[in-house]
Design a protein around this ligand. Structure first.
Ligand code: FAD
Length: 698
C-alpha cells in the first residue's frame, strides 16, 4: 500500500444550505498543509466509498434542518444506518470524527449530526476525535475553527496507531510524519514571517500615530483625527497594540480565465436544479403603509407547470443579487469592461480540491456574480485573512488581520458578523484591498434560494400557490448603508408594477401573462408539517405575523373538506395569532374571520403587542402568543395530553419559538404536576410522535 493511501482520509458532508459542504471542502484543502490527502464527498454519494469496510479515518460534517432533521442529502444515508437488521458491531472497524452544525435558536440543536453520531456509536464505530457542536446562533467559526485545528493532531495520532499495528504501515507512518514535520516546520517558518510582518505593521502604525505618517491615504488621516472608538476600520488598544494569532493563509486553488466572447443576453438562471419559471399573477400589500413591517402576499400561477403541493410545504425561490451591487463590485475590482466575458474556472496544478459546482463554466462574469454567489454573505475569517494579503496599505492590512485573528474575535463578531457586513462593505472600508477574482470564487458561498411557506390550499386555489413575506430591512449602520433583505427586497421591487393595497380590485386582467413578473421556484415538500391524516384529531396552531402562512393553507383545505363532507367529524381547530397593531398589520383578517364564522376555525385567539390598552382592566392583557397560550393552558394541555391532538408552531425562530416552547413546558408541568425535567421529557415525546411540529425561520 503506497504512502499516499495510508495518509488519506475521507470527508463526508451532509449539507442543506452549503455550509457543511464549504467546511468539508475547507478541511480537504487544509489537509495537504498537514501532510494528509483527503477525499471529500456528499453523503448522498457515499455509495462510491464502502463504509462497511472502510479502514481509513472518516470525518463527517453534518448540518441540521427542519425540525432537527439531517439535511435532505443525508436522509438516504441515515435510513441506511438506521436499518434495524444491522448487527451491533457493524461499524466496529470504523474510526471517525464528526462536526455537527446547528443553531441554538432552534429546537433540537445539532440534531442532524447527533442522529448520525449516536447511530454510528450504537453500531460499534469509534471516535478518533471528540464531536464538535457548532452554533450558527453565536457564529459557527467559534467552534469550527478550533475543531479543525485540533483535527490534525488527532489524525496524526490515528495514523500513527494504525501504522504501529501494521508492519507495512511503519514506513508509511514515518513518511506521513516526515510530511507532517515538514509542513509543521514550513508553517512555523510562515508563522515567524508573519510575526515579523505584523511587527513591521505595528511599527508603521505607531509611527503614523506620532504624526510621522508612513501612508498618505486620506482615510488614515481621518482615522487618526477621530477619538479612539473601535469600528470596522479602526481598532483600539489593547487589540491595536498586541501581537496577533491569525489563521493560516488558505491555499489558493482556483485559476479564473476571462475570455472575450459575447455572452450578452444571458440573464436568467438555468433550470438545472428543478426550478420552474412561473408568473406572479397577483401581489397584494397586506399591511398599511404606516405599519412597522411591510407584508406582501404573492400569488404564483403554477398551472402550466402543473406543480403539486400540500399546505405545510414551502417553495424555494431564486433571487438575484442587486444589479447595483454587482455593478459596484465589478467597478471596484476593475472588471467592469469584462463583465460579459465568459468565465473559465480551473484548478491550480497539484490540487485535490474541486471547482465549486455552483460556478458554471463559460457563464458570463456578470451572470455568475448575479445568480451564483452570495455576495451579501458576511465574509468568514479565512476570507478576511486572504483579503489582507491583497491589501496594500499597512494600517488597512493590520486591521484586516486583527479582524480575523483570535484576539480580534469580539471585533469580528460586532463589526462583521452581527453588522451583516458583506464583501462590498469591506472593499468600501479598505480601499487599498484589491483581491483577484479567483479569491472571490474560492470564498463566496453559493447563492441560496429562499424558502416561503405555501399560504394556500390548491383545493381552494387550483393551479395557484400563495406566499406571504415581510420585507426584511437592515437599517443604516456605520458599516453599511440601509438595505432590504436580498430576496424580500428584490421580490418587493420585482412586483411593484402589479402591487395593490389590500381590498382594492386587481387591474391585472388587462395585463397579458407575458407582461406579468416571473420568478423561479421549486417545491420544498415537508415530511411532517401537515394536517393530521385523521380529520377528527384536534389541532392547535401558533403563528404570529407571517408565521400564520401555512395555517391559512391548512384552514383553506379544512374549509373545502368540510364543504365536501358535511357528515364527517372534524377535530377542534385553535389558532393563536399575534401582530403589532389591530388596524395596521393584522394579516388575513377577513379570511380568518370567515373561518371563525363558518366553523372551520373553532377558536381564533389574537393579541396585539403595540396597541394601547383600550378597556378597563386590560393591564395584564396578553401581548404575545405565549401569553394567550398561558391563558388557555387547560384547553391546550387537554388537547395535547388527553385528546392526542397536534401543536404546530410557525414563524420567528429567534424569540417566539423559544418563548412558546418555554410556555408549553410550563403548561405541561402545571397540568401534570411534574418538574421541568419531566415536562421536557413529555414535550420530547410529543415531538417524537410528530404531535409538536415546528416550521420556524430567522
Ligand atoms: P437576507 O438578505 O437573507 O437576510 C436575512 C438575514 O438577516 C437573516 O439571517 C436574519 O436573521 C437577518 N435579519 C433580518 N432582519 C434583520 C435586521 N433588521 N437587522 C439585522 N439582521 C436582520 N419568511 C417569510 O417571510 N415567510 C414565509 O412564509 C417563510 N417561510 C419559510 C419557510 C422555510 C422552510 C424557511 C427555511 C424559511 C422561511 N422564511 C419565510 C424565511 C425566508 O426564507 C427568508 O429567510 C426571509 O424572507 C429573508 O430573506 P431575505 O433574502 O430577504 O433576507
Amino acid at each position: 500500500m503506497p504512502c499516499e493511501v495510508a495518509a488519506r482520509f475521507l470527508i463526508f458532508y451532509g449539507s442543506q444550505r452549503g455550509q457543511a459542504q464549504s467546511i468539508a471542502e475547507e478541511i480537504c484543502q487544509q489537509s495537504a498543509e498537514h501532510g494528509f490527502t483527503a477525499d471529500v464527498s456528499c453523503l448522498s454519494n457515499q455509495h462510491k466509498y464502502n463504509l462497511d469496510s472502510e479502514i481509513r479515518p472518516v470525518v463527517f460534517v453534518v448540518s441540521t434542518t427542519g425540525d432537527g432533521d439531517p439535511p435532505d442529502t443525508a436522509q438516504k444515508f441515515v435510513r441506511k444506518i438506521k436499518n434495524k437488521s444491522l448487527p451491533h458491531d457493524h461499524f466496529s472497524h470504523l474510526r471517525y470524527a464528526l462536526l455537527a452544525l446547528g443553531d441554538t435558536n432552534y429546537a433540537n440543536f445539532c440534531n442532524g449530526g447527533k442522529t448520525i453520531d449516536n447511530r454510528l456509536q450504537q453500531l460499534g464505530a469509534k471516535h478518533f476525535y471528540a464531536t464538535g457542536h457548532a452554533d450558527d446562533g453565536t457564529g459557527l467559526e467559534v467552534v469550527v475553527d478550533p475543531w479543525i485545528e485540533g483535527l490534525w493532531d488527532a489524525l496524526k495520532k490515528t495514523f500513527s496507531s494504525m501504522a504501529t499495528s501494521d508492519q507495512l504501515g511503519a514506513d508509511l507512518s514515518d513518511r506521513t510524519q516526515e510530511n507532517y514535520h515538514k509542513n509543521a516546520s514550513d508553517k512555523e517558518k510562515n508563522k515567524s514571517d508573519l510575526e515579523v510582518d505584523l511587527h513591521l505593521l505595528k511599527l508603521s502604525e505607531v509611527d503614523s500615530q506620532k504624526g510621522r505618517a508612513i501612508t498618505s491615504d486620506s482615510s488614515d488621516a481621518e482615522t487618526l483625527s477621530t477619538a479612539l472608538v473601535a469600528s470596522l476600520k479602526q481598532s483600539v488598544p489593547p487589540l491595536s497594540e498586541c501581537a496577533l494569532n491569525v489563521p493560516a493563509l488558505p491555499a489558493s486553488y482556483l485559476e479564473v480565465l476571462l475570455e472575450q466572447v459575447s455572452t450578452e443576453g444571458e440573464t436568467v438562471p438555468s433550470d438545472k436544479e428543478g426550478f420552474h419559471e412561473v408568473s406572479i399573477s397577483k401581489a397584494v400589500q397586506l399591511t398599511l403603509d404606516n405599519a412597522v413591517k411591510t407584508a406582501i402576499l404573492l400569488e404564483l400561477d403554477i398551472s402550466v407547470q402543473n406543480i403539486a403541493y400540500q399546505p405545510g410545504d414551502a417553495f424555494d425561490t431564486l433571487c438575484p443579487n442587486r444589479a447595483s451591487e454587482v455593478e459596484e463590485l465589478l467597478l471596484r475590482l476593475d472588471l467592469q469592461t469584462q463583465k460579459n466575458c465568459a468565465v473559465q474556472v480551473n484548478l491550480l496544478k497539484n490540487n485535490t480540491a474541486k471547482v465549486p459546482l455552483h460556478i458554471p463554466q463559460n457563464g458570463s462574469l456578470q451572470f455568475i456574480l448575479t445568480w451564483c454567489l452570495e455576495i451579501r454573505s458576511a465574509p468568514k475569517k479565512a476570507f478576511v485573512r486572504a483579503l489582507a494579503d491583497f491589501t496594500q496599505n499597512g494600517s488597512e492590512k493590520r486591521r484586516l488581520l486583527e479582524l480575523c485573528s483570535k484576539e480580534g474575535s469580539a471585533d469580528y463578531n460586532s463589526f462583521i458578523r452581527d453588522a451583516n457586513v458583506c464583501l462590498l462593505d469591506l472593499l468600501r472600508a479598505f480601499p487599498s484591498c484589491l483581491p483577484p477574482l479567483s479569491l472571490l470564487f474560492e470564498h463566496l458561498p453559493k447563492l441560496q434560494p429562499r424558502a416561503y411557506s405555501a399560504a394556500s390550499s390548491s383545493l381552494q386555489h387550483p393551479g395557484k400557490v400563495h406566499f406571504v413575506f415581510n420585507v426584511v430591512e437592515f437599517p443604516v449602520r456605520p458599516e453599511h448603508p440601509a438595505r432590504t433583505g436580498l430576496c424580500t427586497g428584490w421580490l418587493a421591487d420585482h412586483v411593484s408594477s402589479i402591487l395593490r393595497p389590500l381590498g382594492t380590485v386587481p387591474a391585472l386582467e388587462r395585463l397579458g401573462t407575458s407582461a406579468l413578473p416571473k420568478v423561479h421556484v421549486r417545491p420544498r415538500p415537508s415530511s411532517t408539517f401537515h394536517l393530521p391524516a385523521d380529520q377528527s384529531v384536534p389541532v392547535v396552531m401558533v403563528g404570529p405575523g407571517t408565521g400564520v402562512a401555512p395555517f391559512i393553507g391548512f384552514l383553506q383545505q379544512r374549509e373545502k373538506e368540510r364543504e365536501a363532507n358535511q357528515e364527517a367529524t372534524f377535530g377542534e381547530t385553535w389558532l393563536f395569532f399575534g401582530c403589532r397593531h389591530k388596524d395596521k398589520d393584522f394579516l388575513f383578517r377577513e379570511e380568518l374571520a370567515r373561518f371563525a364564522h363558518n366553523g372551520t376555525l373553532s377558536h381564533l385567539i389574537v393579541c396585539f403587542s403595540r396597541d394601547e390598552p383600550d378597556a378597563v382592566g386590560t393591564v395584564n392583557r396578553p401581548t404575545y402568543v405565549q401569553h394567550n397560550l398561558r391563558l388557555h393552558a387547560k384547553n391546550v394541555a387537554s388537547i395535547l395530553l388527553k385528546d392526542k391532538g397536534c401543536l404546530y408552531v410557525c414563524g420567528d425562530a429567534k424569540n417566539m419559538a423559544k418563548d412558546v416552547n418555554d410556555t408549553l413546558l410550563e403548561i405541561i408541568g402545571n397540568e401534570l404536576q411534574i418538574d421541568k425535567l419531566d415536562a421536557m421529557k413529555t414535550v420530547a415525546g410529543l415531538r417524537e410522535e410528530k404531535r409538536y411540529l415546528q416550521d420556524i425561520w430567522s
